[in-house]
Design a binder for this molecule. Structure first.
Ligand SMILES: Cc1cc2nc3c(=O)[nH]c(=O)nc-3n(C[C@H](O)[C@H](O)[C@H](O)COP(=O)(O)OP(=O)(O)OC[C@H]3O[C@@H](n4cnc5c(N)ncnc54)[C@H](O)[C@@H]3O)c2cc1C
Length: 189
């Protein structure tokens, strides 16, 4: 019997997945995606499970839990810092790092459970701040493509081009997969 989703969701509900894979290394995404889709069954990407309700009957396909880690920050001109985080990082870790660095822009998201990768999916937000306010780019993997693609929100500032071409935090390809979230935060006044 497969891994119980109850062990991976905040509500602690959910039966077994047919197949449960944990994604830790961005460079292995194509292999993982192939393994997940090989049987033509449905697949589901799971982050922290804080916004997921899984059925008691389980999931008839492959669940891939995002566990890629790494956060880097680098100055982007005088007024902004580009922060790149892998999808499996917790949003709390990302916020904690930016606050510790004296950066503003996502500090109100600190108490929200979940992963960095899920934040752009939901446009996670609180107290008037939402991730789209500071998101400058996403590197995402298509299920069927070997190489990741970069996406830029239409509202992103001119800093975006630099953000989407920056290397991944582990020195590998630019691939917080399937969702990573470069965010430009500003030094606090
Ligand atoms: C107590 C509590 C308080 C909360 N407060 C807030 C709040 O103030 N504001 C707010 O916006 N939300 C809030 N939420 C909701 C939740 O925290 C957010 O929606 C969060 O972004 C979900 O992240 P997760 O990693 O747990 O997502 P999951 O539940 O694991 O996944 C949610 C969805 O995102 C998709 N997904 C996850 N990771 C990826 C990825 N890497 N790539 C592609 N798709 C992915 C999944 O397939 C699924 O469809 C709260 C939840 C709880 C339980």
């Amino acid at each position: 019997m497969g891994e119980f989703l109850a062990d991976h969701t905040t509500l602690q509900l959910g039966g077994p997945a047919d197949q449960f894979l944990t994604h830790t290394d961005p460079t292995t995404w194509p292999d993982l995606a192939r393994a997940a889709q090989g049987d033509d069954k449905t697949s589901f990407v799971l982050g922290g499970g804080s916004n997921t309700l899984a059925a008691d009957t389980g999931f008839p396909g492959t669940v891939i839990r995002m566990a890629t880690r790494g956060i880097t920050a680098r100055p982007l001109g005088r007024d902004h810092v580009e922060v790149v985080a892998h999808a499996g990082e917790t949003l709390g870790s990302l916020v904690a790092l930016t606050v510790a660095e004296g950066l503003s822009g996502i500090e109100y998201l600190g108490g929200i459970p979940g992963t960095v990768g899920a934040a752009p999916v939901h446009n996670t937000g609180a107290y008037g701040q939402q991730i789209s306010d500071t998101l400058t780019g996403i590197t995402a993997h298509d299920w069927h493509l070997a190489t990741p693609s970069s996406y830029t929100p239409p509202t992103a500032a001119s800093a975006t081009a630099a953000a989407s071409s920056s290397p991944g935090p582990d020195g590998g390809p630019s691939s917080p997969s399937p969702c990573g979230s470069p965010a430009a935060a500003s030094p606090r006044p």
